[in-house]
Each structure stands twice: as structure tokens, then as C-alpha cells.
Design a protein around this ligand. Structure first.
Ligand SMILES: [Zn+2]
Length: 343
């Protein structure tokens, strides 16, 4: 394949030969650098070309994303961490929320280290304009988190699903993605990440936090909380690979009946060895990667069909497998969808 053909393949699918074997250059490094530079430039130009004329929802006047994010994560942080740790956890979320706008899309793409994540964010942006993605298919993606940053579609401001909050969802992923050490918190081999969330329960945890947050925001009484839970379970619970909808509804019911529902959600989503009293303290974690930062990108979609959920774009959803050393098993992110929602 010629370099031009490779660039076109990358633009249309997000797939590429990471070793850039067919590119000119004296060694692997120079070939990879040339390929990545060309693909990044082509991606930015293609997103710019496709985005012309689309309608983008507006940021509410005066909205400060940083303060907005802190306001959204505050109930979670206060519910899940002891008071002596809360300040450090809040610092993790400073500047973490980035709504992807016309004004910042090119800067966001330029700054992305991973070409695959840049390609995915390009799609998120095109979707927020009501346009098809780079692969010409409908875009359902509305949020993506990587390390402590989360990128959220402007579709957030036109969301009709009363239980959707992509900001809370993506923030919830940061808890299993960021190490306590990097936040300046006490850590041990068994207390490595901010919260002990089982590998297989990460989406369940994020969706449970999202729905719980929305129900608490909207309900004034226990009766109202129960009514909203019934509505959620009947019509809005997400249809997402890797999420057991019955279990999610059950976790939410338990959380809504508890004094501190956040801890119930955490306990139900903790690894088995942590699921008794210890996990409820939000302290213990899996033995895990002792060295190196684990890159993790998770994606949040608004609503998808089964065909789209099964797509593979080769984009990054890397995380260390619980109990294994770093080296980041490369996994395809599940494409999640809702039974009803904005689109
Ligand atoms: Zn997610």
C-alpha cells in the first residue's frame, strides 16, 4: 500500500500499520514519525472539510467547564472518599473536562498523542454537528476519557434522555483509570488506583453513577426516586456490551435505598476479593501494574444499534488487566447504546 493509500485507509477506518512499513525513511522511528505526521494533518483537514455548515449546540453562556466538572463530581468524591483524601481527588479533576467545540477541535486533535484517539474524537465532533463520522456511518459516541481528561460532545446540551450525564459517566471512568500515587495519595500494591473497580464492571459502574447522579438531581422524595428508577429500568437502561441490564437496575435500586448510594455502587462493582467491608471504605485495590502509566480510553455513546456496537475501529481502549503487570492489554472499547435518547 502506498503512503497515500494508507492515509486514506486511516481516515476512513481509523486503522493503520503502526510500524509504517511501507513509508520511506531510514529506520522505523523516522517512518513512523512521517506516517503519523501525515495522518494527523490529513485527519485535521478532513474533519475541517466535513464540519463545514453543521449545526453545533452552544455552550450555555458563562459556563466554566472546570467549575461545571467539579460540581458534577463533587457528590461522587464526597460519597466515595474519606474527607482527608477529597481535596487531592478534586485536584485530579481540575481542567479535566473538555467540551469539543468548533474553537478547540483542531487544538484537541493536534495535542492527542494517540492517532486512534484523535480519529475517535474527530468522529465525536462530527457527530455533535449531526454529521456522519469519518467512516460515513452515524456517530453515537458522545464522550471519551483518557487518563484524567474527558472529552464530551456538545450534544450534551441537547440531550433529551433524563438519565444521561456523559460528564458524570466519563468522570466515573477516571476513578479506575488514575493511580492514587499520581494523585498524591497513600498507595500500596493493593491500593493502586483511586477506586477498586473490577475490570468487567467498569461500564456498569459508570452507568450506575450516571443514572444515580441524575435521579438524585431530579427527585425530591423517596417516592420520586422509586418512580424514576422504575422509568429508567423500563425504558432508559442502556443496551451496552458488557453491561448486565438486570444487574445495573438492581445496583441502582440498592443505591437508592441506601444512605450513601455511591458506596453501594462501588461495592457492587468492586473485584470479588474487595466486595465485602473493605471495598466500601473505597480503599483497597487489585494488585496491578507496578510501573508505567496505564493508558486507558473509554467511550460513551448515546444510542447505538447492534451493528454499530459490533464495529471495530482499532481505536484505543487500553488498560491493564487486573492483577497483571503493565503492558496494557489492548482491548476494543465496547460500543454502548441506550434504548432511547437524543438521537
Ligand atoms: Zn463508559
Amino acid at each position: 500500500m502506498t503512503p497515500d493509500q494508507e492515509v486514506r485507509q486511516f481516515l476512513g477506518s481509523g486503522d493503520r500499520d503502526v510500524l509504517a512499513s511501507d513509508w520511506p525513511g531510514d529506520n522505523v522511528m523516522s517512518r513512523v514519525e512521517a506516517a503519523e505526521r501525515a495522518m494527523k494533518q490529513a485527519l485535521i483537514a478532513e474533519v475541517r472539510r466535513r464540519a463545514k455548515g453543521g449545526h453545533l449546540p452552544r455552550l450555555p453562556p458563562g459556563l466554566d467547564p472546570s467549575r461545571f466538572a467539579i460540581g458534577k463530581v463533587a457528590p461522587m468524591v464526597r460519597g466515595l472518599f474519606p474527607s482527608r483524601e477529597q481535596e487531592a481527588v478534586f485536584r485530579v479533576f481540575e481542567g479535566s473536562l473538555k467540551f469539543v467545540t468548533r474553537g478547540n477541535i483542531e487544538r484537541v486533535l493536534i495535542q492527542m498523542h494517540s492517532l486512534e484517539t484523535a480519529w475517535t474524537i474527530g468522529n465525536l465532533y462530527l457527530g455533535s454537528l449531526g454529521l456522519p463520522g469519518l467512516d460515513d456511518k452515524p456517530v453515537r459516541l458522545v464522550g471519551l476519557s483518557e487518563e484524567t481528561s474527558f472529552f464530551v460532545s456538545m450534544a450534551y446540551f441537547e440531550e433529551k434522555d433524563p438519565f444521561a450525564d456523559y460528564v458524570v459517566h466519563e468522570a466515573a471512568h477516571v476513578f479506575h483509570n488514575w493511580k492514587r500515587e499520581w494523585a498524591g495519595l497513600r498507595h500500596t500494591r493493593r491500593q493502586e488506583f483511586l477506586l477498586p473497580i473490577a475490570f468487567a464492571k467498569r461500564e456498569t459502574f459508570a452507568f450506575a453513577c450516571e443514572a444515580y447522579s441524575r435521579i438524585l438531581e431530579q427527585a425530591k422524595s423517596r417516592a420520586e426516586r422509586l418512580r424514576l428508577h422504575a422509568t429508567y429500568a423500563a425504558a432508559y437502561i442502556p443496551d451496552c456490551d458488557g453491561v448486565d441490564r438486570y444487574e445495573l437496575a438492581d445496583i441502582l435500586a440498592e443505591a437508592l435505598a441506601a444512605r450513601n448510594g455511591w458506596k453501594r455502587i462501588l461495592r457492587r462493582c468492586s473485584p470479588p476479593q474487595c466486595s465485602s467491608g473493605q471495598a466500601e471504605k473505597g480503599q483497597e485495590l487489585l494488585a496491578g501494574s507496578p510501573t508505567g502509566r496505564t493508558e486507558y480510553a473509554s467511550e460513551r455513546t448515546a444510542r447505538g444499534d447492534p451493528e454499530e456496537r459490533n464495529q471495530s475501529h482499532g481505536r484505543g481502549c487500553q488498560e491493564s488487566d487486573p492483577g497483571h503487570v503493565s503492558g496494557a492489554a489492548h482491548l476494543e472499547s465496547a460500543q454502548c447504546g441506550r434504548a432511547s435518547g437524543r438521537r
